[in-house]
Design a protein around this ligand. Structure first.
Ligand code: F6R
Length: 245
């Protein structure tokens, strides 16, 4: 894992935005894996600004999002389709039909998980997967204890994750209890991974990611075994971690 240490959230967002834009320019029909949450918001803003100023084209890009809550309507303001449309897709020239997010508003989840996994495969896999990390080490919505071999599946969210995400809802009880997420194995099959980390709520997670053992009790630890991972992390998040030289 390569670690790029940056000053703060803004520097992380700029470095990540530039990283992604360079990859899109090098391979205009790239397949990107995308994340939601607070961490990549600044990165998406950077990409939009670049699109407005320099016209980088996303016409041939395909995207697959990591996860989606179960039980929210597609148009729900806290659903990840709404997040992606408003924070990125509506502001660049991507073809919306090339943007994929698991459907959390259906009855037959087994079929949906299989459909999603097969769709990723049919596109030849993900070239560059963007990840954030939960303070408990989750990636996607793969909570501690998730088997490393999992493909896209349904998860019960931990209270810690629901509390962390309650900031987007009126109250904790409104945060869905279940989600569909790409599995650890789906994520590990990406050709390249870019993990973005910022802020003091991630100090423990970074300490464990960079210094701890590979264990299903800390899902992100599996990234140590991936051959092409870049971490862009800010000073605050790295304060207690030993950054490999
Ligand atoms: C989001 C996702 C999650 C987040 C993680 C960190 O699609 O898969 O793993 O990346 O919960 O969230 P933030 O960025 O809000 O700290």
């Amino acid at each position: 894992m390569k670690v790029m240490e940056v000053k703060d959230y803004q520097e992380m967002s700029h470095a990540a935005g530039k990283y992604i834009i360079d990859k899109v320019k090098a391979k205009p029909n790239i397949t990107l894996g995308l994340a939601t949450g607070g961490t990549p918001e600044g990165t998406y803003e950077y990409i939009i600004n670049d699109y407005q100023e320099n016209g980088t084209s996303y016409r041939k890009v395909t995207t697959f999002n990591l996860d989606e809550y179960i039980g929210l309507k597609e148009s729900h303001p806290n659903g990840y389709r709404h997040y992606m449309d408003t924070k990125l897709f509506n502001h660049i020239n991507i073809n919306i039909s090339n943007t994929n997010i698991p459907n959390g508003d259906i009855q037959h989840f087994k079929e949906e998980c299989l459909r999603y996994e097969q769709l990723i495969e049919a596109h030849g896999g993900i070239d560059l997967q963007i990840l954030g990390i939960g303070s408990n080490g989750h990636i996607g919505f793969n909570e501690p204890g998730t088997k490393f071999g999992t493909k896209t599946h349904v998860v019960k969210l931990t209270d810690a994750t629901r509390e962390a995400n309650a900031r987007y809802f009126q109250k904790f009880e409104e945060v869905p209890e279940y989600a569909v997420t790409m599995g650890i194995s789906s994520i590990m099959q990406s050709k390249e991974i870019l993990l973005l980390v910022s802020g003091e709520t991630k100090i423990e997670a970074m300490k464990q990611l960079l210094g701890g053992e590979v264990s299903e009790s800390f899902p992100a630890s599996i990234l140590q075994l991936h051959p092409n991972v870049t971490i862009i992390a800010d000073e605050k998040s790295l304060i207690e971690a030993k950054v490999p030289s």
